[in-house]
Design a protein around this ligand. Structure first.
Ligand code: DX5
Ligand code: ZN
Length: 215
């Protein structure tokens, strides 16, 4: 299980320290949630933030773009140090072009589905992507409850990926904690994203990661 910890719930006063603790706790990737207040009702950070992450940690930067017109911003994120760039399918009529551009920029490309988007929406894109990200909450905020109704969709996409000739990772994001993680892994996820379950875990980051892994 690859764990991508979302910095959305970091204590930014302790930014560098918490990233070091994340590395020591065995986090695999750092998940950067980018929100524009348009596609989702919250605003977070832009590309200028990524070089600071790069300075503080060697973890791969797994960037989740929850923005309108991602095609206008992927170059800036790639240049700022993103290792992977995941874009939503819902707001982009030329999503394949954007996926191809992401790869030309040297990043891994992910495609993201909101809870209301059916699994079938991405089948034609599978030969072009490195990762599929299934949202298990409505995107926009950390700390929401996991939607168990998404498990059949995760299972369905797992089947697509197993039948594909390409190596594609399945990532699940939202409401994942020690109580929900096993159902997500059982359904076929390779990568889980967690913010609250790691950065707000009462006993600290390492204990939060251990709790996820032990579940
Ligand atoms: C939701 C984001 C997630 C989320 C994760 O819009 O994409 O990455 O912040 O937060 P938790 O783990 O608290 O659900
Ligand atoms: Zn995310």
């Amino acid at each position: 299980m690859i764990i991508s910890s979302s910095i959305i719930s970091l204590n930014f006063l302790l930014f560098e320290q918490e990233l070091k603790l994340s590395e020591q706790a065995g986090i695999d990737w750092l998940h950067i949630d980018v929100m524009d207040g348009q596609f989702v009702p919250n605003i977070t950070i832009g590309p200028m933030f990524l070089p600071f992450c790069k300075k503080a940690t060697n973890l791969p930067l797994d960037v989740h773009l929850m923005i309108n017109h991602p095609e206008n911003h992927i170059e800036a994120f790639a240049k700022a140090g993103a290792d992977s760039l995941s874009i939503h399918i819902e707001n982009n009529p030329h999503v394949l072009r954007t996926v191809q551009n992401i790869k030309e920029l040297g990043c891994k490309a992910g495609i993201v589905l909101n809870p209301g988007t059916p699994a079938e929406a991405i089948t034609e894109l599978l030969p072009f992507v490195d990762m599929v990200l299934v949202m298990s909450v409505n995107p926009g905020f950390s700390g929401q409850n996991f939607l168990p109704e998404m498990l059949p969709k995760i299972r369905k996409i797992r089947k697509y990926l197993d039948l594909s000739k390409h190596k594609i990772l399945l990532q699940v994001d939202g409401g994942i904690n020690k109580d929900t993680v096993s159902s997500v892994i059982e359904a076929g996820a390779d990568v889980i994203v967690a913010a609250t379950a790691i950065y707000k875990y009462p006993e600290g980051i390492k204990a939060g990661v251990d709790a996820l892994r032990n579940s």
